[in-house]
Design a protein around this ligand. Structure first.
Ligand SMILES: Nc1ncnc2c1ncn2[C@@H]1O[C@H](COP(=O)(O)OP(=O)(O)O)[C@@H](O)[C@H]1O
Ligand SMILES: [Mg+2]
Length: 255
């Protein structure tokens, strides 16, 4: 009897609050609403020159965020800090959480491991290793992670196939076009299934057709796999396609 009335009471309460319950559950379990990057008050000095001036940034999982701004504004510096390749000058009064991990607290070894597992980079110049084939280049981060050879090669080949490069697995970088090299670099960035990919002028060195294809690829990866991207670019079209476009001027994000 007691249980029945408790259940009835629960039913009434649930009826009254079900909107609240529904939205709470939606926010808790919707993977797209997870914060992927939380950065607050990021400062960077080179000697007396302050190149980042208290940057705050929140990026959700599955977001494609573009960063634009004049040369020298601090975009690369910011990306390198967000990507743990560099550190802010004010570690103690700033925050940097990536995928809910406080990366400012990690030792150098733990940081390298975290970077290898969670972060992918795509640079303006692909930075593939010239002596290695496309397949081998893509496998390298997986080998560093400790993935078995066959498993790494299978994943790398699948990614290269997804990127339209199945006929180029055994080619070395200098046997590939600029667009193809950059797609190999994208596969390399993806091989460990990273939480977030940082791209610094990824299409800066490509002809407009290859650039368009690369940009389309970013959005396909977001749509199919929920991949998060932070992309510094001078390409207006790419910047405007992003879910959010941030502008950086003189070390600050202005809008
Ligand atoms: N290692 C460094 N030593 C000194 N100054 C640097 C260094 N790296 C970048 N800077 C300076 O910091 C500023 C921002 O550079 P950067 O982040 O590369 O800008 P952006 O990518 O927006 O063009 C520039 O004035 C640049 O000269
Ligand atoms: Mg730059």
């Amino acid at each position: 009897m007691k249980i029945k009335s408790l259940l009835e009471q629960f039913g009434k309460d649930f009826g009254r609050y079900n909107h609240f319950v529904f939205f709470s559950l939606m926010f808790t379990f919707n993977p797209y609403l997870k914060t992927m990057i939380k950065a607050t008050n990021i400062n960077k000095y080179y000697g007396k020159l302050q190149v980042l001036k208290g940057v705050d940034l929140h990026i959700q999982k599955g977001e494609v965020v573009s960063i634009v701004g004049p040369s020298g504004a601090g975009k690369t510096t910011l990306l390198q800090i967000l990507g743990t390749l560099d550190t802010q000058s004010n570690k103690n009064d700033s925050t940097l959480l990536i995928n809910e991990e406080d990366v400012t607290k990690l030792s150098d070894n733990a940081m390298a491991k975290f970077r290898n597992c969670h972060i992918g980079f795509i640079f303006q110049f692909h930075q593939l290793l010239p002596e290695f084939t496309a397949l081998e280049n893509v496998c390298i981060p997986a080998f560093i992670k400790g993935t078995k050879k066959e498993e790494a090669e299978k994943r790398a080949a699948e990614l290269l196939e997804f990127l339209g490069l199945s006929h180029r697995l055994q080619h070395k970088p200098n046997e590939l076009s600029g667009g193809e090299q950059q797609r190999v670099a994208v596969a390399r960035a993806l091989v460990n299934n990273p939480s977030v990919i940082f791209a610094d002028e990824p299409s800066g060195n490509l002809d407009s057709e290859s650039a368009d294809n690369l940009h389309k690829l970013f959005f396909d990866l977001r749509d199919q796999f929920g991949q998060t991207f932070v992309i510094v670019t001078h390409n207006e079209e790419l910047a405007n396609m992003a879910d959010r476009k941030l502008t950086m001027v003189d070390g600050s994000i202005t809008r």
